[in-house]
Design a protein around this ligand. Structure first.
Ligand code: SF4
Length: 277
């Protein structure tokens, strides 16, 4: 039986780590190792990506809270951020959606023998009618729908809202009133929408339970399996620790393949999502 640190909480990022590479989960969360390696080169581009994504999330949060961000946005010097902000202001589907807004909503629950948490960019609740989860993705391009559907973020967020939502919002909330929208500033007219259902909730529950229990049942002594997908290692801070190379992956190259976009989840996309505001 594995020993996780006190207060350990499962979330989309660490569950995705476990799916991508059990060894990475073990090194990062069970053993708490911080290996001194850059995840992608050039470092400045990677850092700028993370910083810009965090700024964008912060601006949107304040706007959704009703704070006067127009002046703040007009003073932005980053041209990419300005473009994203303009795209956000033109996102009609969001701005015309009725309902109460809950930006940067944290949900958690005891599930499957562990504590599970989700950090939602925005939830819009129309009582008695529907609940829409929004997630801003500052990727360089829009990934395939199938890839997004399989990501732990999609699975966990919808599942957790379906489980916790009725207690928070009322018994009216049924799985088929739930949907999740990924929105990409680089393709503002192409949001990817997932509608939920009771059947999907059942399937997701089985998958999540299996993952949490696989982690909790992991060996406390043995080395957990290393991924066979070696491209993931190029963007992983533990690559020299695992004997999987020394050079970091090239930051700009992960936009070419969905699998490599997956690898980038290791380095950047989850970092942006996990930034606290
Ligand atoms: S370098 Fe590769 S095998 Fe090692 S933890 Fe990272 S992803 Fe897993």
């Amino acid at each position: 039986m594995v020993m996780l640190p006190d207060g350990f909480t499962f979330n989309q990022a660490n569950l995705q780590d476990f799916v991508d590479c059990p060894r990475r989960f073990q090194l990062r969360y069970v053993q708490g190792q911080q290996w001194p390696a850059v995840m992608a080169e050039p470092l400045s581009e990677h850092e700028a990506f993370v910083r810009r994504g965090a700024q964008f999330h912060c601006l949107v949060e304040r706007h959704q809270l009703g704070l006067p961000v127009a002046e703040m946005a007009s003073g932005l010097s980053d041209s990419v951020l300005c473009t994203w902000w303009d795209a956000y202001l033109g996102f009609e589907m969001l701005h015309t959606l009725p309902g109460e807004r809950f930006p940067e909503l944290r949900l958690s629950a005891e599930l499957f023998g562990g504590r599970v948490m989700a950090a939602l960019d925005l939830v819009v609740v129309e009582p008695g009618s529907r609940v829409t989860i929004f997630d801003w993705k500052t990727y360089g391009r829009v990934p395939r729908r199938e890839w997004l559907a399989f990501r732990l973020q999609t699975v966990l967020y919808l599942y957790l809202v379906a489980v916790v939502g009725p207690g928070m919002l009322g018994d009216w909330l049924k799985p088929d009133m739930l949907s999740m929208v990924y929105w990409f500033p680089v393709e503002p007219g192409l949001p990817v929408v997932f509608r939920y259902s009771q059947q999907q909730q059942q399937e997701d529950g089985v998958r999540l339970a299996g993952l949490v229990q696989a982690v909790l049942g992991g060996s406390g002594k043995d080395v957990w399996p290393l991924t066979s997908e070696t491209r993931l290692c190029e963007y992983c801070q533990f690559r020299s620790r695992c004997g999987r190379g020394v050079a970091a992956g090239v930051f700009g190259e992960f936009g070419g393949l969905d699998e490599v976009v997956g690898a980038a989840g290791v380095l950047s996309f989850e970092e942006v999502d996990e930034v606290g505001f």
